[in-house]
Design a protein around this ligand. Sequence first.
Ligand code: PXG
Length: 291
Amino acid sequence: MKVYVNGKLVERREAKVSVFDHGFLYGDGVFEGIRAYNCLVFKLKEHIDRLYESAHSIMLNTPLTKKQLGDAIIKTLKANKLKDAYIRVVLSRGEGDLGLDPRKCKGNETVVIITDKIALYPKELYDKGMEIVSVPTVRNIPEALNPQVKSLNYLNNILAKMEAINAGCQEALMLDHLGYVAECTGDNIFVVKHGELYTPPQCMGTLRGITRDTLLVLARTLKISTHEHVISRHELYISDECFLTGTAAEIVPVVKVDGRKIGDGKPGKLTQRLMREFKKCTQKEGTRYKL
Ligand code: PXG
């Protein structure tokens, strides 16, 4: 496997960054998770735009232009001869000293691109649906660390994930500081009620997921009403259908929340339709490359 590190494609065992890198010392950096389907990178522009917005928000210099980064991603995919891939782009403040001061790292920003075979989730998860549980750790409040910044510090989400695992569930439902539904640890959440689609607005401690946005557009083209609206746990419990969206997971039906069955306890009809329609999008849309 070849990994892109600061302009060079190196073998996996040589792909290293300094222990003085502030990404390692402090989680001072940002990242993106992207997917390629059959030589098409899905929503590449949107992912690069979001990465640059995250970087801008934390005043992190981006050593490459957006075009150069896009080219570097394609180059890494080609070097690894990957038709289908998971792509991780990491941009960190780079090497500094043991102090927090980011000015010490100036000019040392680290860019890493890892491309790998996609580790698909088990088919059973999509056929039978998932059980989730709300957890005590609340999603970061936007006034502290805004969830729109996909920072290298994912402890907020990791703590929630551990709480879900301790409760015997695969995924955690994270609430915002007011107790409303925010999102899961690496996925956005949707509910269906009376044939209409609801998802929390991005101001509720929710990342504006690219899969989420794709789905909102897709639903509108299918003449399904969509709402970005505050959702309480009660509204989630009494919903007809529920599902999660994310680059890695795509669309996962949720059939149980906090011990309450959702609908009839099976993946919903609209959820299944959206899963099929979303799959079609990933097969025909994207930035094409040749191996
Ligand atoms: N919420 C959070 C907190 C996320 O980190 C999503 C929602 C979904 O967004 P997209 O743009 O992917 O539809 C994410 C992003 C991984 C991994 O390696 C994925 C994410 C985060 C961390 C790790 O699978 N997803």
